[in-house]
Design a protein around this ligand. Sequence first.
Ligand SMILES: Cc1cc2nc3c(=O)[nH]c(=O)nc-3n(C[C@H](O)[C@H](O)[C@H](O)COP(=O)(O)OP(=O)(O)OC[C@H]3O[C@@H](n4cnc5c(N)ncnc54)[C@H](O)[C@@H]3O)c2cc1C
Length: 605
Amino acid sequence: MSTSEDLHYDVLVIGAGGAGLRAAIEASAGGVRVGLICKSLLGKAHTVMAEGGVAAALANVDDRDSWKVHFADTMRGGQYVNNWRMAELHAKEAPDRVRELEAWGAVFDRTPDGRILQRNFGGHRYPRLAHVGDRTGLELIRTLQDHGVHRGIDVHMEFTIVSLLTSGGRAAGVVGYERDRGRFKVFSAAAVVLATGGTGRAYKITSNSWEGTGDGHALAYQAGAELVDMEFIQFHPTGMIWPPSVQGILVTEGVRGEGGILLNKEGRRFMFDDIPDAYKNQTATDEEEGWRYTQGDKNAKRPPELLTRDHVARCIMREVKAGRGSPHGGVFLDIAWIKKKLSHAEEHIKRKLPSMYHQFKELGDIDITKEPMEVGPTTHYIMGGIRVDADSQMSSIPGLFAAGECAAGINGANRLGGNSLSDLLVFGKRAGEYAARFARENRGVAVDAAQVRQATDAALKPFDHGQAGENPYAIQSALQEMMQSLVGIVRTDDEMQQALTELGSLKARAANAGIQGHREYNPGWHTSIDLRNLLTVSEAITRSAIERKESRGGHFREDYPDKNPEYATFNIVTRKGAGGEMEIRRVAIPPLPPELKQVIEEQKS
Ligand SMILES: Cc1cc2nc3c(=O)[nH]c(=O)nc-3n(C[C@H](O)[C@H](O)[C@H](O)COP(=O)(O)OP(=O)(O)OC[C@H]3O[C@@H](n4cnc5c(N)ncnc54)[C@H](O)[C@@H]3O)c2cc1C
């Protein structure tokens, strides 16, 4: 046995982003013993990077807002393949989760009368994003951490989980290793919550941190849980594109929420050229109306820059393809123009968008208060993920829960900005609560030594190949290039079939990956482990994308450019077959209850 230490918890949470921290807090409030494990240092999870805000219908800035409008916006944005029960719970519970965060010490920006300020964001009918300048994720993490440390949660940092353990068909614990010393540990647990974030690192151009390697998705899949809607990837319209070393870094939608406009190289505001029918009656008819909306005029409609991300990203690609792009293959995002409207524009931009100001000044030598930014789409978020029960967040494996970006359902085909941070709070809490309940009712799990042995042997295999094996970095980089070009923003059957063939050969290369040195501080080893997960999620993305022969939300097929109503009736579910092969099937979406149908109809006007 290569393990050196065995530990037991009632509830074990994997991941210390917003979802994991919120789940751990709630589980510990449920009176059970909680362990929290993360790959990086506490406080460094990807959530810390979130910028624009957390969506919740507090109605502080516009009293016409309500859970109903938020629900309808989320369903419309997700193009009606969302798990409607999750969208309903999310819209109803997000305001309480944000107020609770404030009570725990989060210092949000304020309205003049001292309430939480809310800003405009794409696809949200009214100003809905509670925010802290453009550093909302940092405040969210700081607050949850401060609150969590007093609850007696055991934290295991810089620790990577490599396998989930099951016993009699239910979750039983995990195996992982210390990233610094390389020592394995086994954790047994009555319930496990996965909160491992996204998969952006499967692509070459991404806004995601190094942690976004789809570990939770892959761990759940390998243990027998189902994934759903993996074809829906969000390519955020505005990432930095120049200089090359910073390509993909996010430029928050908050820039457009504050009045930023998109221009092609001819200086044309091209977003007015193509407004989808579903949004025509909610979109400004001219530039002046769009500006008034960003300044809080309740009678104005949103500018087309604040349409959903999938649409804005495709409009940018259209301009670039037509030869009307910026010098480095994107378009221009201009916030400096607001000086024509506001006398204190420079100071206003620096106050509302401090991180963006510094990001461009330091990384691109651009002063955004004076000149436009060059931007283009970047892989940002995965709407697909572990299939869970809407109320409890339990996966198809009893005792295995998932929350946050690694779980799926609420967003359908496209996520609205700001709906992730609220998702983390709402469903992190629910996952923690139900995991604690499960643990109280189902104590005592036995860890299977053979499963542990298999997991540690597989993790150590690249050491056996040593210098004779292939460098895992080279394989990872080839995978990222391949996914970017063959399963990216615009997809075709031919290219995705080619991607499947290439995935086959990349898998064979990964099986022969070799690393040198020993287990201590060995980044090559970490990469070889990430690679296994990235290959699994890439295959799930590709197979699901081949199956969805239509265009919807984040999934655009050049060979099927239109929406097909038949495809609005099911989700695409991925699972490991009995022979180890990946199986794809269609699962009918349960019909909307009449009262929710009515909410959607009411909000269509
Ligand atoms: C630049 C940027 C800005 C964004 N801005 C916003 C915004 O303003 N509003 C909004 O709603 N959304 C925003 N998003 C999206 C949002 O930040 C993420 O979807 C969200 O933070 C994900 O949170 P999470 O808790 O699910 O996971 P993460 O915050 O990604 O945390 C994952 C955790 O899992 C751990 N982990 C992963 N794998 C393992 C493993 N194998 N073993 C152990 N631990 C593991 C990691 O160490 C980490 O602690 C933004 C995203 C980006 C990239």
